[in-house]
Design a protein around this ligand. Structure first.
Ligand SMILES: [Zn+2]
Ligand SMILES: [Zn+2]
Length: 294
């Protein structure tokens, strides 16, 4: 990021931002694979003082090294686990107690059993509390419970420290008290009042194309056809996807929902053949029933 003009290293093919890889001083897009050298100065205003944003695992590793100069630190990330042999060797290092501090992304929370792991720190998971994906806080809770399960064993009690700007959020309160029931009830009440699953049944029509106009025309025609069927379902507007541009393609979507599954299935039976005959040149589309990602 450029502090002078606000420039951010965006990907030229996607709506996403490039991620800084310190080891080889490159910026990489984690969506399409595009990469480039870190610029010496801001491409927009020429300011030479560019700053990294966010907490990458490499920066966390650097900070830990400063605070604990004698600790043996192992960083596990996408790069280090891409190669199966490397990951195998790292696991062996951990099993052999050759590692004091393990730094990694959320992938470390999954399915690995490290018996001597007794303290876990979770750095700033707040994004999930206010995500556009209504399931994000449910996923975060599940993940943190999983992380807590990773720390400690019967003979070696574990501890989990979570960094957050919202310590009084119901999610953290429920987590602290190991109170899954209250958290589940809170979420269910929220979903019911907002009209989200499991109180609603949904289908998402997604389209992607290099040409933005083709994509929107297709989705708009699909929406018109849906409305003309005049069936008892709610038809939303055409909106850009959460990641509206990826690898040089534009992505958008159209949500249809109903309070019961049957009317939605009847609607789909009528709608599907209409979609099949819509002009869809150089365009990919799909119907996602019970979509998990928004
Ligand atoms: Zn990209
Ligand atoms: Zn600038």
């Amino acid at each position: 990021m450029c502090g002078a003009c606000g420039w951010l290293s965006g990907c030229s093919n996607c709506a996403g931002k490039l991620v800084l890889h310190l080891k080889d001083r490159r910026l990489r897009c984690h969506h399409c694979g595009h990469q480039e050298r870190v610029p010496h100065a801001c491409p927009s205003c020429g300011n030479a003082d560019l700053q990294p944003v966010g907490i990458g695992t490499q920066r966390v590793e650097g900070a830990l090294q400063e605070h604990f100069p004698k600790a043996r630190i192992l960083r596990v990330d996408r790069d280090s686990t891409r190669n199966k042999g490397t990951w195998q060797a790292m696991r062996q290092q951990i099993q052999d107690d050759a590692v004091d501090i393990l730094v990694g992304t959320q992938m470390l929370a999954k399915g690995h059993d490290f018996p001597n792991l007794t303290l876990v720190g979770v750095l700033n998971p707040d994004g999930a509390l206010y995500s556009s994906d209504f399931r994000a806080s449910e996923k975060l809770f599940a993940q943190l419970v999983q992380v807590a399960g990773r720390a400690g064993r019967a003979d070696k009690p574990g501890e989990v420290l979570i960094q957050t700007a919202f310590p009084d959020h119901p999610l953290f309160r429920a987590l602290r008290e190991h109170d899954y029931d209250t958290w589940a009830k809170t979420l269910l009440a929220e979903r019911q009042s907002a009209g989200f699953p499991p109180f609603m049944y949904q289908v998402m029509l997604r389209a992607e194309a290099k040409n933005e106009t083709h994509m929107y025309t297709f989705l708009q025609q699909a929406r018109d056809a849906a409305i003309e069927l005049a069936m008892p379902v709610d038809i939303y507007g055409v909106v850009p996807a959460a990641m509206p541009r990826r690898a040089n393609h534009f992505l958008a979507q159209l949500l249809v929902q109903s309070e019961a599954r049957k009317p939605l299935q009847q609607f789909l039976r009528e709608w599907r053949p209409l979609l099949d005959v819509l002009p869809a040149q150089k365009l990919r589309w799909s119907l996602d029933v019970d979509p998990m990602d928004f």
